[in-house]
Design a protein. Structure first.
Length: 274
């Protein structure tokens, strides 16, 4: 069981920001904007999946996981709200969130699936967000030159992603989820998640007017495909999920706890384990 603290981020998200808020870099800004566009719908899906999973556990296991689920829901609800505020500014700048439209349509089509399948999808996506979050904490250059308040937003979110990476996975296991299904769902989620983020990033770049600029794609190559890039350097961590004996806790995240410890002035605690 994981003790999850719910925090309220103390930053100003009422003041607008520039489209290229991430150090003036068109690709980095568009890519992170695409990720943010996915979060409100995605976080709600994770909340619903884990909440429903808890209801399906035997009473003894419900009591064991109740506090962790409460913390998980609290953290994800806070992330959802923060990114709704962030995304409102993107909408005001004319960016169209096609990611959310596709996700809502997909969830309606998959509403009939049993709770284990929803948890498998949640656990798979949480693995992605956790390894990307840990990469960001190790690579501050990904946010180089960004507005301080927005740097804080992304690093805080990254730190909390590493904290709750086990919840959906453990619930899937507790409900009798099998390895074969978990791996199959993970492969499908990989394709959908990466293709959705890429398509939304391209749309963002088109709206920004930087889609066909060479510097845009040089930045993309550095951030994603360099030896220590977000995608290339995480292939091994991605593959770990395919192992039958894998558990998210095997991926340590010391920078997550370090950031939360060193930045207490950036948030207030609104809920914590008894």
């Amino acid at each position: 069981m994981t003790d999850l603290v719910v925090r309220r981020l103390l930053i100003d998200l009422e003041t607008p920001f520039a489209a290229r808020w991430n150090g003036g870099d068109a690709f980095r800004s568009a890519f992170f904007n695409a990720l943010s566009m996915s979060f409100p719908v995605g976080e709600q899906y994770f909340i619903d999946s884990v909440r429903e999973g808890l209801k399906n556990l035997p009473a003894e296991q419900q009591a064991h996981m109740a506090a962790e689920v409460k913390g998980f829901i609290g953290q994800e609800a806070t992330h959802r709200r923060i990114h709704e505020l962030f995304n409102k500014h993107l909408t005001d700048m004319g960016f169209e969130n096609r990611f959310a439209e596709r996700s809502i349509r997909r969830m309606k089509q998959q509403a009939h699936m049993n709770v284990r399948m929803h948890l498998a999808v949640t656990a798979a996506t949480e693995h992605f967000t956790a390894i990307f979050a840990d990469w960001m904490l190790h690579h501050p250059e990904a946010l180089a030159g960004a507005e301080p308040r927005l740097q804080t937003l992304w690093l805080w979110h990254s730190a909390e992603e590493s904290e709750h990476r086990c919840t959906a996975f453990d619930m899937y296991q507790a409900l009798g989820g099998d390895h074969k299904r978990r791996v199959t769902v993970f492969r499908v989620v990989t394709v959908i998640f990466l293709s959705d983020v890429l398509r939304q990033t391209v749309r963002n770049l088109w709206h920004d007017g930087s889609l066909f600029q060479l510097q845009t794609w040089r930045s993309a190559a550095r951030m994603l495909f360099a030896k220590d890039g977000m995608l290339r350097s995480n292939v091994g961590l991605w593959r770990d999920y395919l192992r039958e004996d894998f558990h998210p806790s095997q991926h340590e995240a010391p920078l997550s706890q370090a950031w939360l410890h060193n930045n207490t002035a950036q948030y207030s605690v609104v809920g914590q384990p008894a």
